[in-house]
Each structure stands twice: as structure tokens, then as C-alpha cells.
Design a protein around this ligand. Structure first.
Ligand SMILES: O=C(O)C(=O)[C@H](O)CO
Ligand SMILES: [Mg+2]
Length: 254
């Protein structure tokens, strides 16, 4: 049976971030992820989560966020100092919030130098945070033009090259569908590398009940694979978040 978490950077956006924790809990979620929690004092976020008994599944590197700015620096040549500084700050947040995973964003870059920089930075990060699970996530080039990690084979090549026990794949089924044309086949192929899953309908990125991905079958295959991690709902609700949670309530009722 899948375990679902709420991505509070996408869901419950009808409320300010700090109020989204209680809304998620009231709807039945016991775990959340926040891509960029850095605008709020970590102590405030930690307190809310403790009060509500919520687990933090994941945060992203880098802080503070990418509103109008960069999508990370891990693959950007000559910004290694910046990457390391951001990583250390994000790590302090992750430790304070008890985050299970930290997603390292690659940034906009291409070519051999970017590839080498990315591999080197990831190897450094994996050593810097041996207790934490680190992820990389292929993101489709339509949503993020120029983003370095826009392909699953590339991700796997990099993971094999770094070969660190605490670094793995973040499988976003929505991106997998857009990148490969078949999210289920991509799951079958890349599952051994996966340590975190995100979901949304494709191609519109709304609730995971419509569109091109057969989610009941996807969840069946994920269960069958023995995956026991979280599956985070990272979609743009069509209307109020609460009104689009039938997919989640159906699962809870089983
Ligand atoms: O965009 C996504 O799918 C993500 O999960 C990232 O964290 C970046 O926004
Ligand atoms: Mg994602």
C-alpha cells in the first residue's frame, strides 16, 4: 500500500506556507515535503511539524528559492564554491527539520564541463552528508528549459559514476511521462535507482487521476517492486486542494 506525502510547495497554496501543515494534517497526510522552506525560520517549521506529528520527507538544495532565479548550481562550472555554501546551509535545515531526503538541483548548464562539475559536486555532497539520503531528479526541458538533468539515462550514468550509497534517483512520474513518453516503462527500467517518488497527472500536472499515466497500475507496480518510501503528491490542484483529494481518500479507505 503506497504511503502518500503532501508537497506543500504545490498543494494547499490557498493558505500561507505555515498554515499548510495543519491543512495537510486535517486532510489525513502524516508526512509533507517543502521544496524551499528557507523563507521561514526553521524553528517555526519544526515546531508546527512536532505539534502536528508530521514527518518532513524532503527539501531542496539550494536555498533560498528559485523564484525568478537559478534552478540550482550543482552542474554549473565555476560555481562550486556557491554550491558548497548553499549545500551546507540546506544541510543545517534538513538536519533541524529531520528531513529524510535532500534533492540537489543541477541548475542550467550543458556540455562536458557541466557533466564533470556535476559528478564532482555530487561526490563531495555525498561525503559531506553521509547520514542523509540525497536525490537527483530528471526534470523535463519544457518546464525548465536548459536544465542540466533532463534525462533518466544521464541520471543513471551520473549515479553510477558517483557510486555513493546515500545518493539515488528521485522519480517524478510526471517528468518521466514527458521525458520518456511512458512513465510505467520508465519505472520498470529505473526502479533499482529510486529512493523517492513524486506524482502528478500528465501532461497538465493536475491531480493524479486523469491524463496519460495509469496511476492505479503504477502504484501496483511500485508496491510489487518492494518500494517502501514515500510517494509525494506534487501537482497543481485544479481548484481547492481539498476538493481534489478523492484519489488519496480512495486509497485511505481501502
Ligand atoms: O519540479 C519538480 O518536479 C521538482 O520536484 C523540483 O524539486 C523542482 O521544482
Ligand atoms: Mg518533482
Amino acid at each position: 500500500m503506497p504511503r502518500f506525502a503532501a508537497n506543500l510547495s504545490f498543494l494547499f497554496k490557498e493558505y500561507p506556507l505555515l498554515e499548510r501543515f495543519a491543512e495537510a494534517k486535517a486532510c489525513g497526510f502524516t508526512a509533507v515535503e517543502v521544496l524551499f522552506p528557507y523563507d521561514e525560520p526553521a524553528s517555526e517549521v519544526a515546531q508546527r511539524m512536532a505539534d502536528l506529528g508530521l514527518d518532513m520527507v524532503l527539501i531542496n538544495v539550494p536555498p533560498p528559492n528559485y523564484t525568478g532565479g537559478q534552478r540550482g548550481f550543482a552542474a554549473v562550472p565555476e560555481l562550486e564554491e556557491r554550491f558548497r555554501r548553499d549545500f551546507k546551509r540546506a544541510l543545517r535545515y534538513a538536519q533541524f527539520l529531520g528531513a529524510q531526503h535532500m534533492h540537489i538541483m543541477a541548475g542550467k548548464a550543458k556540455g562536458e564541463a557541466a557533466h564533470e562539475t556535476y559528478t564532482r559536486n555530487l561526490a563531495w555532497a555525498a561525503k559531506e552528508a553521509p547520514e542523509l539520503s540525497l536525490t537527483i531528479e530528471p526534470i523535463n526541458g519544457q518546464d525548465m528549459p536548459g536544465y542540466f538533468l533532463d534525462d533518466f539515462d544521464l541520471a543513471v550514468e551520473v549515479l553510477d559514476a558517483v557510486n555513493a550509497p546515500n545518493l539515488g534517483l528521485q522519480f517524478d512520474a510526471y517528468h518521466a511521462q514527458i521525458i520518456t513518453g511512458d512513465a510505467l516503462a520508465a519505472w520498470t527500467r529505473y526502479a533499482p535507482y529510486v529512493r523517492h517518488i513524486q506524482i502528478a497527472g500528465a501532461p497538465e500536472r493536475h491531480e493524479p487521476v486523469q491524463g496519460l499515466i495509469d496511476y492505479p497500475e503504477f502504484f501496483r507496480r511500485v508496491d510489487e517492486s518492494g518500494y517502501t518510501g514515500w510517494i509525494s503528491a506534487e501537482y497543481m490542484p485544479k481548484a481547492r486542494t481539498k476538493d481534489g483529494l478523492d484519489w488519496f481518500n480512495d486509497f485511505r479507505a481501502r
